[in-house]
Write a protein that binds this ligand. Sequence first.
Ligand code: NAD
Ligand code: ZN
Length: 354
Amino acid sequence: MTVLVTGGAGFIGQHLARRLVAAGADVLALDLLLPQVHADPDRAVEAFPGRVAVGDVADEAAWGDLPGGIEAVVHLAAETGTGQSMYEVERYHRVNVEGTRLAAGFAAARGLPLLSLSSRAVYGEGRYGCPEHGTTFGGRCCGRAAPAASREDDPHHPVSVYGETKSLAEAAAVEAAAGAVPLTVVRPQNVVGPGQALHNPYTGVLAAFLAMLREGRALTVYGDGHQTRDLVHVSDLVALLAWALEHQPPPGEPRILNCGSGVRTTLVELAEAAISGAPVRSPGVTHVDVHRAGDIDHACADLDRLRELGAPEPRWGAHDAVADFIRRSWDRPGAGAAAWDAALDELARRGLTS
Ligand SMILES: NC(=O)c1ccc[n+]([C@@H]2O[C@H](COP(=O)([O-])OP(=O)(O)OC[C@H]3O[C@@H](n4cnc5c(N)ncnc54)[C@H](O)[C@@H]3O)[C@@H](O)[C@H]2O)c1
Ligand SMILES: [Zn+2]
């Protein structure tokens, strides 16, 4: 089987491609090799275990140039910076929404199953449970409300342009593909693992922690650090994607799947896990009293649907996944911590912090 992987040269794409090839498939990437993601694009191409077609998923011509013989499409290519999306609005819409529409149109025209990556960002603040007000979505109703895990059928309440584009992209995929071909949409929580972009200061709190640890700096946590995230190891995500390729829903019945560990971890716990993976002593954690537009307080995936379907469940816990990432990334080139400071300054200059 030949699988087209858009964004295949990126973090998740490289892991997925290796897994598919190990299982006997051929892979072809369609990737623009964005400089923001790839400090060394040649290395990314060499690392990919198949051919890389360089092209823009939001450009119709790039799809027309693809060879025949493709049997499934995995659509990963996207602009992924939450903060950056708040001012690069048009670019994020073009790549994430138009790119997904074209991916789905390509799959539908060639009769190919489509597996498209969305994000937990579509939920925004997600689900809350309150003894007084019951279940609410998109924010706390009152002080008694506690965050609860988001389910696939929950309403979308994105708070960032990135989340908005992912929500619109899901709708575009359903519109263009779902009636004609099998469609699976996966919404990962925060994915962690070796190979994630270390030069891109617009994403990745963990890449920032790595840079700070390497420079002997205290880890900067924005806010009080009680915010929670659901961390999923890239190998667990890729296991789910490989399973989804083998277990397609019928055409006309799009399948939406969460992907996470199902466990909440506070930012302070994440920082501590990062410190535990570092081969040097860290001065600890420091808090900066700032809120970035587009950031959410809490995120966690409900995994009931995965269990009902018999899909593979996550094997990694957040602490081990983060420590493993730090250990295995320690000697790899990456941006200095100042790059993340600059990204925050840029948001502040644009009035996107409070
Ligand atoms: N990493 C996470 O934590 C996470 C969480 C939720 C969802 N996702 C989604 O997973 C997918 C892959 O993310 P990743 O972490 O591997 O990101 P990444 O930045 O490492 O990889 C994305 C790849 O897409 C390519 N790309 C970007 N714009 C393109 C365009 N216009 N045309 C062709 N290629 C383009 C980039 O060059 C890069 O190789 C994305 O859709 C992202 O939104 C990621
Ligand atoms: Zn309430």
